[in-house]
Design a protein around this ligand. Structure first.
Ligand code: 13P
Ligand code: SF4
Length: 336
């Protein structure tokens, strides 16, 4: 075997990837990661990987890894000429908005998001006309055009904090597009939907379907279990768990606690990564796959690096400039 390939197999094995590969598949993965990492250097490209990506992508080729907030923040600082976004399209668009002079790419044409696709800029203008004077607080899972119509962007990592800041100045807000996240935030802040917070109707196809009644079934089966759920889950489920947050908050919670077992109610990639990061802890995954996130593979990243042009993410300059104001407002309020 080629020495570079056997070195790559050793590197991936040290990261624990052999435990996530079927028999004999590690050599195929190593061949791909080797070539991708070589092309990355040649093109001065950086790979951003969201935690819902598969471990071969995150550990094998990821340079910047994390939740939506961390990836957006990291992208602001990168010195690479090109950003290859292993995540969904709105995340790549956000990277482009924050780095308009850089090339940004997404490896799949199917990397959408049900939340992002559930609302248009015209819908936001309509909401503003119905509730004049109210600020529009928009979840990052939206298109650049929707962001451009917004006053402030939030992610699951900072939505509660930023909404609190907003309520210091405004009696009510418009929150789009995730209805469940909006209801969960309203409950956490003691606000009344339809009076203090006006919501849109979209939801995440992955998180909307988890069944709250199963949480108790798991608790009985695994004594000492701690249940964590993403803030995009329906409120009935959130009421049944011990912790609600974004993926970054959930990972930090796992890292800083020592429960008998963790039930992770979110996309399956999160649990796969948690098992690799904390092999000594017990994880029970009540998970579903996101078809958009999972449309990205090592093969699609390699194809992109060989022929990037078709996968370039473009945002018109005027839209990017307006959207950036709302994203920068998030960075300012999240840090303050
Ligand atoms: P996080 O920002 O919590 O990683 O969430 C992104 C997402 O799309 C969750 O479904
Ligand atoms: Fe969008 Fe849901 Fe997939 Fe996250 S998990 S990218 S919110 S569809």
């Amino acid at each position: 075997m080629d020495t570079r390939l056997s070195e790559e197999i050793k590197r991936l094995t040290a990261l624990g990837l052999h435990r996530r590969c079927v028999e004999g598949d590690l050599a195929r993965v190593a061949g791909l990661t080797l070539e991708i990492n070589r092309l990355k250097k040649e093109r001065n490209a950086v790979v951003c990987a969201h935690v819902y990506q598969t471990p071969d992508i995150i550990l094998g080729i990821g340079d910047l890894v994390g939740d939506s907030y961390k990836l957006a923040d990291d992208c602001r600082r990168t010195e690479a000429d090109a950003i290859v976004f292993c995540g969904v399209h709105f995340m790549a668009e956000t990277a482009k908005i924050l780095n308009h002079s850089k090339k940004v790419y997404v490896p799949s044409s199917n990397a959408g998001c049900s939340l992002s696709e559930g609302i248009t800029a015209a819908d936001v203008r309509q909401l503003k006309a119905e509730h004049p004077g109210l600020p529009v607080v928009t979840y990052i899972n939206t298109s650049a055009e929707v962001k451009a119509e917004s006053d402030c962007i939030v992610t699951s990592a900072n939505a509660e904090k930023i909404l609190r800041r907003m309520y210091e100045r405004h009696k009510a807000v418009i929150f789009v597009p995730d209805r469940f996240m909006g209801l969960n935030l309203a409950r956490a802040l003691g606000k009344i939907p339809g009076k203090d917070i006006f919501l849109w109707k979209s939801s995440c196809v992955v998180h909307e379907r988890f069944q709250p009644e199963l949480i108790d079934v798991y608790r009985k089966k695994y004594p000492g279990l701690v249940a964590l759920a993403h803030a995009e889950c329906p409120s009935e489920l959130i009421k049944a768990v011990d912790f609600m947050g974004g993926t970054g908050d959930m990972m930090r919670y796992v890292e800083s606690t020592n429960a008998a077992a963790y039930l992770l109610v979110t996309e399956c990639g999160f649990g796969e990564l948690a098992k690799l990061r904390f092999p000594e802890k017990n994880f029970i995954a009540m998970c579903r796959l996101c078809p958009y996130m999972k449309s990205i593979t090592l093969e699609s990243v390699l194809a992109l690096l060989k022929d990037p042009a078709p996968r370039e993410v473009l945002v018109p300059e005027a839209v990017a400039a307006k959207a950036k104001v709302a994203i920068d407002r998030m960075f300012e309020l999240a840090a303050g």
